[in-house]
Design a protein around this ligand. Structure first.
Ligand SMILES: [Zn+2]
Length: 380
């Protein structure tokens, strides 16, 4: 595709910046907490109408407990490219009434504007613009909007994986890394619960009869943190410790909550069995461990890098300098990359402070990132 056409796509999107900001305002001001089915369903139906108006076909994937998901399809072709944009936010009902969308100094503020309603706006306008310019990608474009990403994508994971397996590439509209970098890798995430059982006894009268779960927990916490290998990108964090009842009682039970991050599957294969197989230092103690890796690592592999290089070349044609980085946090891109499907993440707007009241989007990045996205749809 010629660089002139890339510039034309960018110009057409820049002309729509005010309209894009208007749509971002409308979508941000609709609360969509992961845990509130009625509100996320309402958000999904508003978004569905917008996609239909853009000429896409929309299927609502009904869910019982949490919000419905939307599967949007546009264009034709035997093969497909998959876009992932979750609709849910970490903000509770009523948050947008307290802090409605506002614009200041070229930035758009509001609950979920950056993570990731800005990404949804980009996808919508990328499709609209290609359609207006009469450009048709080789592959059909499937946009999956799930409603449970912020709580682990439990009901949407199988749908995401099924669609990813049919796709040439997966483009994730999560916010950019700081400074606008695209994400070619993300760490995998594991969560574990450790229960340590000893025996209670009077700390004064029967000290030696007791088996202290607290003492054992201390050994295990040091061991778990010792599994951290910063050079490898592996971190183990015992984030919660609950133990004991009274200072004059030898503690019978201790509970630990553990967070694991790994950069590669190889690292996971090494460390996960060590956590699941914790051995008591005091042989009279009983230890049970529950949990596993719940998001596999999105590795910085050749497939993801090739997709980044393509985005970078498209950006260069448009005069947009795109850089590459990664993060310790997971997204739905972890699932698709682990299946061997080329995945590029962080294509959402440039901004900062996700999951914080200060989150914002640089408004001029909306048309720019949408243009890169549209370019990717055409070039893949
Ligand atoms: Zn997100």
């Amino acid at each position: 595709m010629s660089s002139d056409l890339h510039k034309q796509i960018l110009q057409s999107l820049r002309n729509k910046q005010d309209e894009m900001v208007g749509t971002l305002e409308e979508l941000t001001n609709l609360d969509s907490p992961s845990t509130d089915k009625a509100l996320t369903d309402r958000f999904a139906s508003v978004l569905a109408e917008k996609w239909k108006a853009a000429g896409a076909s929309v299927h609502t994937l009904e869910q019982e407990k949490y919000g419905n998901h939307l599967r949007v399809e546009w264009g034709g072709g035997e093969t497909q490219v998959l876009l992932l944009c979750h609709m849910d936010t970490v903000w509770s009902a009523g948050e947008t009434a307290k802090r409605p969308f506002k614009v200041e100094n070229g930035k758009g503020f509001g609950p979920g504007a950056y993570d990731m309603k800005g990404g949804i706006v980009e996808a919508l306008y990328a499709v609209k613009t290609l359609s207006e310019l009469g450009l048709t990608p080789k592959h059909r474009v499937v946009i999956l909007h799930n409603s449970d990403e912020e709580i682990g994508s439990l009901s949407s994971r199988p749908i995401i994986e099924e669609e990813a397996k049919k796709s040439k590439a997966v483009l994730v509209l999560e916010p950019s890394a700081q400074g606008g970098s695209l994400k070619t890798w993300r760490k995998g995430v594991g969560m574990f619960e450790v229960t340590i059982k000893g025996r209670a006894a009077h700390a004064g009268a029967d000290y030696t009869k007791g088996i202290s779960a607290v003492q054992e927990a201390a050994h295990q916490i040091l061991y778990l943190h010792g599994l951290t290998d910063l050079d490898e990108g592996t971190t183990v964090n015992v984030g919660i410790v609950r133990a004991g009842t009274r200072s004059n009682v030898v503690a019978e039970e201790a509970h630990l909550r553990v967070d694991l991050r790994v950069k590669t599957q190889e690292a996971a294969n090494w460390v996960v069995p060590k956590i699941l197989g914790l051995k008591p230092v005091d042989p009279r103690v009983n230890i049970t461990v529950k949990g596993d890796l719940n998001r596999p690592p999105m590795e910085r592999n050749q497939r993801n890098l090739a997709l980044f290089q393509l985005a970078r070349a498209i950006g260069q044609n448009m005069g947009i300098d795109l850089t590459e980085s990664g993060t310790g946090g997971g997204s739905d891109g972890n699932f698709t990359s682990a299946l061997g499907i080329p995945t590029l993440d962080g294509l959402g707007p440039v901004g900062d402070d996700a999951h914080s009241p200060g989150e914002y989007v640089f408004l001029s990045s909306l048309p720019e990132r949408a243009a890169v996205l549209a370019g990717l749809m055409m070039e893949i």
